[in-house]
Ligand binder design. Structure first.
Ligand SMILES: *Cc1c(COP(=O)(O)O)cnc(C)c1O
Length: 409
């Protein structure tokens, strides 16, 4: 019998959107004007920016702009082809060498985004006969790369190396290769992975490890090399990936590791082979950013000072909340990402709006991105002490508020 078909094959979209709205999960974009920085303009209003990944304040830096402009004048706006065909420029190799230098690895490869770096690398390294063990709070690009690879994927509890060990003990032997995936700095929490313990397990169980340094590169470690350096794991056998689009103020992703690994990826990573090479402008800006990361450690120091100040301030204001405070705990953090738990998704959205009316721009993060709603604050080296005072003042008023439920139904 022929099935009875609905008249409109796209009709389900409206129904789906209604469901998303009802759950307070609907998202939309917010245009910002002007250069990125600690203060941005939205709808003509200046906002102190606590929602950017531009941790070192480099995305608007005149030196990166000048490098990008010079590259455009020399090489044009597009790279015109994939790296293996017509899209390879001397600038790409220069950037890859600089990344390998920073990371202390034999080589590196740049992708068009961090997302593509994860998807391409994971799908190249493992397949149906293999096992992936993945921290439950990993970034979506790791999760989706794992799914696409066709490997068996098991999540382990966040940061829980006992659980990871149990899974390795139970399952490792049934598979050919095994790959552990973890963020170094978890993007929606701000805490670090227990990398030394993970590497010890990896050695014991003959397992590869890919660590995502998207929020570590340029920020953590004595030379700004990232969480791997900060956690004393430089030089260990490891696949380090990251992005050029956060602390490095540009666009693109990379993988750093052994010469064999990088050569293999050039031959097997589809998201590198079948896509256009990074633009000359993005490549040159990232190169300039890496020089600044190395020559201006004071930026990292200032960022660390801001982390101390804000952490102490948040802990003071969360210590004795009013009974009506919408805030729960502060999430443990070792990074410029600081999050405060908020009772539910509609409250966190209302809070974001209220803070915006006071000239503060924060992220409201909700399910399904995270299990519990939270206000997410990211710090920049270029914030001033006054910016932090303003934020703490506004959050203290919220924590002491009498009218939270009425004002934020
Ligand atoms: C941002 C991010 C990525 C993706 O990087 P893009 O260059 O923006 O595609 C990957 N992993 C983590 C943990 C991230 O935060």
């Amino acid at each position: 019998m022929e099935p009875v078909l609905a008249a409109d094959p796209y009709g389900w979209l409206a129904t789906s959107l209604q469901t998303i709205h009802r759950a307070h999960w609907h998202r939309s974009v917010q245009p910002l004007e002007g250069l990125p920085g600690p203060v941005v303009i939205a709808q003509g209003q200046p906002l102190v920016n606590f929602a950017s990944n531009d941790y070192l304040g480099l995305a608007g830096d005149p030196r990166l702009q000048a490098a990008a402009i010079a590259a455009i004048q020399q090489y044009g706006t597009g790279s015109t082809g994939s790296r293996l065909l017509s899209g390879h420029r001397p600038l790409h190799r220069q950037l890859e060498k600089a990344l390998a230098d920073l990371k202390g690895t034999a080589d590196a490869i740049v992708f068009s985004s961090g997302y593509l770096a994860n998807v391409g690398t994971i799908t190249a390294l493992v397949g149906q006969r293999d096992l992936i063990l993945s921290d439950q709070y990993n970034h979506a690009s790791l999760i989706n790369g794992a799914k696409l690879s066709g490997a068996t994927v098991l999540d382990y509890r966040h940061g829980d190396t006992q659980h990871l060990r149990a899974q390795l003990t139970q399952h490792r032997q049934q598979y050919r290769r095994c790959l552990i995936l973890t963020d170094s700095v978890f993007s929606m929490d701000g805490d670090l992975c227990p990398l030394p313990a993970i590497l010890a397990l990896a050695e014991q169980f003959a397992t590869m490890v890919l660590v995502d340094e998207a929020h570590g590169t340029g920020i953590l470690g004595p030379t700004g090399a990232g969480g791997v350096e900060h956690l004393g794991c430089r030089g260990r056998p490891l696949i380090q990936m990251g992005t050029l689009s956060k602390a490095l103020g540009s666009l693109g992703g990379y993988v750093a590791g052994s010469a064999e690994l990088i050569d293999f990826l050039r031959n097997r990573a589809s998201s590198w082979i079948y896509t256009t090479g990074l633009t000359p402008a993005a490549t040159a800006a990232a190169c300039r950013a890496l020089e600044i990361v190395q020559s201006e450690p004071a930026r990292r120091d200032r960022l660390q000072q801001h982390i101390h100040t804000l952490t102490a301030g948040l802990d003071a204001l969360l210590a004795h909340p009013s009974p009506h405070s919408p805030f729960g705990k502060r999430f443990p953090s070792d990074s410029p990402i600081l999050c405060i738990e908020v009772t539910n998704a509609s409250t966190v959205m209302a809070l974001k709006q209220r803070l915006m009316a006071q000239g503060l721009f924060l992220s409201a993060v909700r399910p399904p991105t995270v299990p519990t709603s939270r206000l997410r604050i990211t710090l920049m080296a270029t914030h001033t002490p006054e910016h932090l005072d303003k934020l703490l003042g506004a959050l203290a008023a919220v924590a002491a508020a009498e009218d939270c439920d009425g004002g934020m139904g």
